[in-house]
Design a binder for this molecule. Sequence first.
Ligand code: A3P
Length: 309
Amino acid sequence: MEASKSVFGGLARERCWGDSNGELYQWQGFWYLQPHLEAAIAAKSRFQAHDEDILLASSMKTGTTWLKALIPCIMNYKGPSEDNDPLIKHHPNALIPSIVQIFQEDLNPDLSIIPSPRLFRTHLPFSMLSDSIKNSACKIVYITRDPKDTFVSLWHFMNAKARLEEEEAYPLNEAFESFCKGIHPFGPFHDHVVQYWKESLKKPERILFLKYEELKRDPKGQVQKLASFLGRPLVEEVDVDDVLWRCSFERLKDLEVNKVGVDPRVGFAHSSYYRRGLVGDWKNHLTMEMKERLDKITRTKLEGSGLDL
Ligand code: A3P
């Protein structure tokens, strides 16, 4: 294992939100839980991309689950019929495996057996992707979200896990402080976003940069854009509507597979990936002072990038 205990010993360390989550280690500017970092380091040097691969990348709680449903749905779409809809039987996590989880389970996985085009997901920052990913022609879909809603969603998600493990909820104020300092798994959030944004400007044919709010505002237009980017254009309106319905928050939240059970790899309840699915829920949780503080960090971090969040 490349990242030995002595390597961790020299890294900056912080407690992660909630007792059951362990500690975060800072590696090349980003924060990782120890098992994630070991796997990420292995994946960085060993993950071999294929030109046909599709990688879904995001920070936590930016609407990844929506894309975890949309991407496999579009890639395997055969027309409006519930036959062969894998979303009925599988949580979206199972349809698009996580690179970090793969390397957590096996530091030398054989991924050649996965049929092409292979679909993967990751919360790793762009700088932690393998050179093979960076230099191949594989496509990357990145999704981001208003940092205030992202933070609120993350806080609820961590608390849902704490409840499952009969722990106290993590105080909102402390969590907010950590988020503002960028101390959360795969954080800092803003640095993560800016890295992918800049790469998407350099290589728009390889990296599609999406925003949760735009998907909410113009789902048809955004899904058509996504499908065309993936090389599977949806021409008929009836198909666009069907894909959107299949992957809708309301439908997925009510499917039995998403209401029961826990993802054994990460210990989060399947249901905790579906909460409210709204834009602007931060207003129910953050004070005006908190809003202004986080907005200011966002403005500073994104200054000059041409990106607006
Ligand atoms: P909220 O906590 O604000 O409700 P991620 O998938 O990156 O973990 O992000 C989770 C957020 O996406 C949650 O936001 C969740 O409710 C929302 N979400 C999950 N599935 C969705 C879907 N199909 N459509 C819209 N939002 C969805």
